[in-house]
Design a protein around this ligand. Structure first.
Ligand code: BMA
Length: 854
């Protein structure tokens, strides 16, 4: 086989233009225009809307390539297009080579007869996605879309390209993954799939493969498996259009999540297939697999119907977040940025990411990295929040091709934990009851068509029809005792944060809270004059309806509203932190009944105010740091209710934990007032209540406006986890000015910052004024007299400033209120009674009753 890549320099133009301009493939029209200065960067200021014309044009791409006489003698020439986005016509030397209508699959076209010796030209015409969906919608009306343009369900490209409540409207066109010519003689491997089954000290490996054969000669294959330690296992046989091979492996090294293995790299087995004609190697295909078992237990239990993942038999508490496309212009989301984002997930002790259905089926590199790092993937099919026209035969066929392609591509990744039909289609389908056909076909497609399509190629990966899901179509998707839930009463419904404590969901796959990105990220898209939540620029970078108001509403429930815009950044982030932390820890304390918490959302596709914990430029928000603590496999957790305070030790590891728990009551100024220490042992995948306090006792003994409680989990001399409880909202406490001092030094390429507090310091943020590199810890608490040292990578090009001056320390007590308490209260009230918010508040107040089960 010979591969000739057509990646690299192309030319492009809008269909009506005369002049051809330089383009880069893989890429897209916006990036090409941006490089040429033909549009202003849509991520900056209010430029997004200025670029709206781009998606209304048709775009042409072309390039030439050479074919030698030798190459022309091949039996088959396949043009493989990794991603054509989206509706397009391809010609080679003026003759039609194929059509594209789905960005979620690769296309292969047989172009042998179109090639000629010497110079050839390939030309691709992309239809305007906006005009395409407008025309389609006129012919086949669709229900109204709550996110972005109407009718976008007609085009198979990431739906968030057309705008979402965190994303800009930038519906790109272009060749977004590699485009190659593959030239073959005799035969090629057309794919192979591996079934693996570890059992005790052996593992069975079965390979099924497909070959395309052009010449009638005897063919043979070699199947080779190389273990992580380098042991090699082989088998041989004769090959036909389909072939099958089996191997047995000794002492299988099981694939685990990073949490369970405690390792940065998980054991992967390299499986390769070689195809021979006699001794001539015709083709070779390789993939890396993991040996493991994975189940989703949805059996009846004492609480209802379970929703619990088991990896190698170990029940998991799933901790993680939802993943959206890494960039609105995905081709510039390179491996460096991918690794950085996944490392942020690992930093935060996540064991699963949910690839949300409004974006892409991710790149091979994404799943390979998750395999290696030990992060499970919940994979949605690419349908989100809308009614899809599955009743149109062409549309259905197109979608089926996409399913087959992606199931074949992804099924062997050990990280793949779940196929999920869609995002929120059932829960929103009440909105399109007036178009009944769409509701019926939602049932038909996700409950009857999709799973058999998956099973043609993947018999084992668990499947659910959608998220949230119940027990059958439209039954139970909003109930706590069955399926997974998306809980949006906090945030969208303006319910108090404690609302989550009322929800005993089996698995929470979405919940979250917005915050502003780091100020250094804001600096990249806004000018100091825009630094107000009411400025045009900040409003353009907030896509959720009344999002900025909601942030203010919640901030004011805990804190005094600040005078400075920069302080909104801090307060929005710590409010987000408190919200997601409290909910996750609540569900972890109810482990067994609840088996997972995936917050919305890990990442951003552009610089924006959103639910993400990691901002577009890689800034860790407060939540990213806090998640490291609240997701820690072994941690201490405080549950406060009206009458009692319980200290839990949570253990998500497969080993028992023996440790000590110290509980300290402290005065904000004087330090520790009293403390107790208990020995505990927490069972594997279990928990233990270390001690319990009666709330009333404390208020009789201490002034709770200036007292806190801290619980620490101690192993040997080391505190491995700690949690702090305050007895009121920060605005009602007597938080002292903490008297923070810092010592800063640079050593071995790292920046070390030691922070010391005279008095109690709440939520201390250490930040660099010049770098977004994450610190080892942040947003922590210090009791009077305590200090802590954190570090971060030093940027290569440090400014000439004194290093001390590049570091800033802030804590809650440093935030200066902007106005009177009454003004804050009034602001909250006005936000709540805004009709859009009040409607949501009324709707979300109700906690759904459990589903009655037989
Ligand atoms: C969820 C998601 C997204 C959305 C998010 C925040 O329901 O599925 O559609 O961006 O909420 O509103």
């Amino acid at each position: 086989m010979l591969k000739k890549t057509l990646d690299g320099a192309w030319e492009f133009k809008a269909a009506g233009w005369k002049e051809w301009l330089p383009a880069t493939v893989p890429g897209c029209n916006y990036l090409d225009l941006l490089r040429l200065g033909r549009i202003e960067d849509p991520f900056i200021g209010t430029n997004e809307t200025k670029a709206a014309w781009v998606a209304r044009e048709d775009w042409e791409y072309r390039r030439s390539f050479e074919i030698t006489p030798g190459e022309l003698r091949c039996r088959l020439a396949v043009l493989v297009c990794g991603m054509l986005d989206t509706v397009c016509e391809i010609t080679i030397n003026g003759m039609p080579a194929g059509k594209g209508e789905n960005a979620h699959k690769a296309y292969s076209f047989d172009v042998r007869s179109l090639l000629r010796e010497g110079e050839n030209e390939i030309h691709i015409l992309f239809r305007s996605p906006v005009r395409y969906v407008e025309a389609k919608r006129r012919a086949t009306p669709t229900p109204v879309n709550g996110n972005g343009l109407n009718g976008i369900v007609h085009i198979r490209k990431p739906q968030c390209h057309f705008g979402w409540d965190w994303g800009p409207v930038l519906p790109v066109s272009g060749i977004q993954r590699s485009i190659d010519l593959l030239l073959f003689d005799i035969a090629r491997i057309d794919g192979f799939w591996v079934d693996q089954k570890p059992a005790g000290d052996r593992a069975q490996i079965k390979v099924r493969g497909r070959a395309q054969i052009f010449e009638d000669v005897p063919l043979s294959y070699v199947l080779r498996v190389v273990s992580p330690k380098g042991e090699t296992y082989e088998s041989f046989g004769s090959a036909g259009a389909v072939f099958e091979a089996n191997l047995e492996i000794g002492n299988p090294m099981l694939w685990q999540t990073a949490e369970l293995s405690g390792k940065k790299e998980q054991p992967l087995y390299e499986v390769s297939v070689e195809l021979y004609a006699g001794s001539e190697l015709l083709d070779r295909a390789v993939k890396k697999i993991g040996l493991r078992t994975l189940e989703l237990d949805r059996g009846r239990d004492e609480y209802g119907v379970n929703f619990r993942f088991l990896l190698n038999g170990n029940p998991l508490f799933v901790k993680g977040a939802n993943w959206i496309p890494g960039d609105s212009f995905i081709t510039r989301f390179d491996n460096g940025r991918l690794e950085y984002a996944l490392d942020a997930a690992l930093f935060s002790n996540m064991n699963m990411l949910r690839v949300w259905g409004g974006g892409y089926y991710e790149s091979d590199a994404f799943y390979e990295a998750c395999d290696r790092k030990g992060i499970l993937v919940w994979q949605d099919f690419a349908f989100a929040c809308q009614a899809y026209p599955f009743f149109m035969p062409d549309f259905l066929e197109n979608v089926k091709d996409e399913i087959r392609y992606n199931v074949e591509r992804l099924r062997d990744h050990p990280c793949l934990a779940l196929w999920c039909g869609n995002n929120e289609i059932e829960s929103l389908s009440a909105l399109w009851r007036y178009m009944k056909k769409y509701v019926q076909w939602t049932d038909e497609f996700f409950y009857r068509i999709l799973e058999p399509e998956i099973r043609r190629c993947d018999p084992v990966t668990p499947y659910i029809p959608g998220s949230p899901c119940g027990v059958s179509h439209l039954k139970g998707f909003d109930k706590d005792n069955v399926g997974d839930t998306h809980l949006w009463a906090v945030w969208h419904g303006l319910q108090p944060m404690k609302y989550y404590r009322k929800r005993m969901t089996r698995f929470c796959s979405e919940f979250g809270f917005e915050s502003l990105p780091d100020i250094k990220t804001i600096e990249k898209f806004a000018q100091p004059g825009d630094y107000s939540l009411k400025s045009q620029v900040m409003k353009a970078h907030q896509k959720c309806t009344s999002g900025n108001d909601k942030m203010v509403y919640y901030i004011a429930s805990r804190f005094r509203l600040p005078a400075k815009f920069e302080d909104f950044v801090y307060l929005s982030q710590v409010t987000q932190l408190e919200c997601v932390s409290d909910a996750t820890q609540h569900w972890r304390r109810n482990r067994g009944r609840c088996n997972g918490a995936l917050y919305w959302q890990l990442n951003d596709c552009w610089p924006v105010c959103s639910w993400a914990s990691l901002d577009y430029f890689g800034g860790y928000k407060a939540l990213q740091y806090a998640a490291r603590r609240f997701n820690a496999p072994v941690c201490v957790s405080i549950e406060d209710s009206r009458n009692s305070i319980k200290i839990f030790v949570l253990n998500d590891t497969p080993n028992p934990v023996e440790a000590q728990v110290a509980v300290e009551l402290f005065d904000f100024e004087k330090g520790i007032l009293e403390s107790v220490k208990n020995k505990i042992s927490a069972a594997p995948s279990g928990m233990e209540i270390a001690c319990e306090w009666r709330a009333g006792d404390l208020s009789r003994r201490y002034d709770l406006r200036k007292t806190g409680m801290r619980a620490r989990l101690i192993q040997g001399d080391e505190t491995i986890s700690s949690a702090t409880l305050l007895f009121g909202n920060e605005k009602d406490l007597q938080l002292p000015e903490p008297g923070l001092t810092k010592t800063v030094r640079a050593e071995n390429g790292r920046l070390y910052v030691t922070v010391r507090a005279e008095r109690f310091a709440r939520l201390v943020r250490v930040s660099s004024k010049v770098s977004l590199q994450p610190f080892t810890d942040n947003y922590f608490e210090l009791l009077p007299g305590e200090n802590v040292t954190v570090s971060a990578l030093l940027e290569k090009n440090q400014p000439s400033q004194r290093i001390e001056d590049t570091v800033e320390i802030v804590s809650c007590a440093d935030i200066k209120p902007g106005g009177a308490r009454a003004a804050d209260a009034l602001r909250r009230l006005l936000i709540l009674i805004d009709p859009r918010n009040l409607g949501a508040w009324l709707y979300f107040r109700r906690v759904p009753k459990d589903l009655r089960l037989p």
